[in-house]
Ligand binder design. Structure first.
Ligand code: CP
Length: 323
């Protein structure tokens, strides 16, 4: 059985293969007829126990572009509210004829549990589990970075990693599954990662991660970086005061208008990334989010291609490791 649970499971060759296939899928997305017959007759279930806009819609678009049938399941309004377990919910989907399950869950480890048990025996894609991982977000971020840099250089992205690229991941690292998945994947692809955050928003053990830790965003910007990956402040996961107030957070840790001006004056071609949804005015100003440096919407577009590649590899290919 094959799954995509964590970017830590991917070798460099495997990650590059997904990115290369995503390039082919992206090219199909620009055609008038966007459908491929690759998954005709297969059924993909989007099993979402937590809210989502981008991930859910792009997995749906990805499966449909590959001609799969799609069943969208939202825990809200389902029998989960009557106490139905993850196992029973998943087995119900299997009985309906699912061939693969894309799952988002508030509990870290829920997708891994589905993958490790014999409850359903289907390919599982982790679409974000608690504060643990969001592997397809990291893959689409890497895809976007690689594509942008290669477009700038006029070179082909095929077969390339992100060797020597400097990427700063900024903000609420503690609660971020995006930060964790990006850290593992960026390292695998050869990038140099700096985590920039207030000490209160770094997890215990971050010092042992394969990255540099900084508490000073201005110093990181001044040192020159290829991309600033701004993270959403995840208020819904905070059960304490992690910073004095939003204005203070924005002043010290946000990509505000003043820092955008500094970037523009530097002559650096630093990209501004954000996985979305954004808290405009908190971790990122509107001017930064909408600036020519911003890849925010490009990331969303690329998310469809990366998820097409992931579903294709899981249901038709032989890439992801046996579990
Ligand atoms: N980036 C991301 O996961 O967005 P959604 O929560 O809207 O899916």
């Amino acid at each position: 059985m094959k799954h995509l649970i964590s970017t830590a499971d991917l070798t460099r060759a495997e990650a590059i293969q997904i990115l290369d296939i995503a390039e082919e899928m992206r090219a199909f997305g620009t055609r008038e007829v966007k459908k491929l017959p690759a998954l005709r007759g297969r059924t993909v279930v989007n099993l979402f126990f937590e809210d989502s806009t981008r991930t859910r819609i792009s997995f749906e678009a990805a499966a449909k572009r590959l001609s799969a049938d799609v069943i969208n399941f939202s825990a809200k309004g389902s029998s989960v509210s009557k106490g139905e377990s993850l196992k029973d919910t998943a087995q119900t989907l299997l009985a309906i004829g699912a061939d693969a399950v894309v799952i988002r869950h508030p509990d870290s480890g829920a997708p891994a549990r589905l993958a490790a048990t014999d409850w359903i025996g289907l390919p599982i894609v982790n679409a974000g589990d608690g504060m643990h991982e969001h592997p397809t977000q990291a893959l689409l971020d890497a895809f976007t970075l690689r594509r942008q840099i290669c477009l700038r250089e006029g070179s082909s992205p095929h077969g390339k990693g992100l060797d020597g690229l400097k990427v700063a991941i900024v903000g609420d690292i503690l609660h971020s599954r995006v930060a964790r998945s990006n850290l593992w994947l960026l390292n695998t692809l050869g990038a140099e990662v700096t985590m920039v955050a207030p000490p209160t928003l770094l997890p215990v053990g971050a010092a042992s991660w394969p990255c540099t830790i900084s508490y000073n965003l201005d110093e990181v910007i001044a040192s020159g970086t290829d991309a600033l990956m701004m993270l959403r402040v995840q208020g819904e996961r905070m059960n304490a005061a992690f910073f004095p107030n939003p204005r203070e957070y924005s002043r010290y840790w946000g990509l505000d208008d003043a820092r955008l001006t500094t970037l523009d004056a530097s002559g650096d071609e630093t990209l501004i990334m954000h996985p979305g949804p954004m808290n405009r005015g908190l971790e990122i100003s509107s001017a930064a989010a909408d600036s020519p440096r911003s890849t925010v919407l490009d990331q969303v577009t690329n998310g469809v291609a990366v998820r097409m590649a992931s579903l294709y590899m899981l249901l038709s290919g032989d890439l992801i490791k046996e579990s």
